[in-house]
Write a protein that binds this ligand. Sequence first.
Ligand code: PFF
Length: 454
Amino acid sequence: MIDNLKNRGQWATRMGFMLACAGSAIGLGNIWKFPYIAGMNGGGLFVLIYLFCIFAVGIPIMICEFAVGRSTQSSPVEAFRKLTSKNSFWQIVGWMGILSGFVILSYYSVVAGWAMHYVFLSVKNFNGATNPEVISGFFGALYSNGWVNLFWHAIFMLLTISVILGGVKKGIERAARWLMPILFGMMLLLLIRSSFMSGFSQAVSFVFSPDASKLTAAGVLEALGHSFFTLSLGMGAMLTYGSYLSHKTDLVKSSIIISIMDTAVALIACLILFPVLFTYGMSPEAGPGLVFKSMPMVFSQLPGGTIFAVIFFLLLTLAALTSAISLMEVVTSFFIDTLGWKRKTATLLPGFLIFLFGIPSALSGGALSKFTMLGGKNFFDAMDYLSSNWFLPLGGLCIALFVGYRMDLSLVKKEFKENSIFAKLFTPWFYCVRYLAPLAVAIVFLYKIGLLKF
Ligand code: PFF
């Protein structure tokens, strides 16, 4: 047992834990995805609903994950077994988490690869191109070039693996302590740059003033789905990070701070991107290509644009890396805890398998572009769709139901209240966990399978 604990590791400091969790939460979801879905859903009101989802569903479920992880000091599968029995049905939630980590990392690494490629394109100043067609053409060329995608996918997986090999303190925590402050610094710099642009006030009102006419039911559901993805919930990543935590930490306060940091970064990302778009008369509704197509175009016209483009894509890469680390750790900790493997084998083997599984995603815009599944989606899109629309919300639902109805109530109370300045909030929190969160996720599912119509 002691051997196992030694093998697992613990956070050295509370700050390290917080930064690692913030690193997991803050990622491509905040900088690449949130601005474009907010843009497509008309801004203001969507943002408001998103904030509601974060506070009413996201934070409560994050507390659940930390509570299950810390009380068992185990990775997901073992955690559910310890709290129930060895053959309990609940361990499926843990298995699903590992599968999600595996699938998400395989395509997440490909997008991170794009960000790395764009760092180099930015350094080269997009070969001096200024024509919008030519600049947005860089993305199409990259997307369809299998070899380049494979190359960056491999490099990014190697980076992720090298951090995980270092273990909890020397790998994950050290990376977070270095990378997160750099990330915050870069964001601040870009925000200052954007705030001097003429489109800044238009961007602020776009992000913060609600316009009900642009919002659809699908947008509301998207806000809820995205709150799981952005807070890294529903696959045991926070559960795993919680399992390296001592009993001194206030779980509730930590969850609130991490979620506020994550939300702040998503909003700041909008305040970096939108002023640039508005200043140059471009639409915020460009969709997934927003960051890769529109931004370089705008940077090319901006005084000092090259340096800001380099900073921006570095920021995207670092944010992706600290999230990828948590995805990988869920898989690695399973092999350490459940199969008793050494960290080295538990990292290298699954890391290599994830790389292999990511190959079809890396080739989705090129050699495999004709291969479709799930109603016309290419492999990359299908993996993204499956994990963020189904696996994570389903995992989140199960974790809420587990803590709300199955886990020993006195243990739940103890985890929530221990050293917490928010101990009084237990009842409203438990209400969210038992009723509100499951109901919200159930509505999303019923809508998606067509049983519910608005
Ligand atoms: N939260 C990350 C993002 O916003 O990019 C993505 C993510 C990381 C999802 C880790 C799930 C996870 F377990």
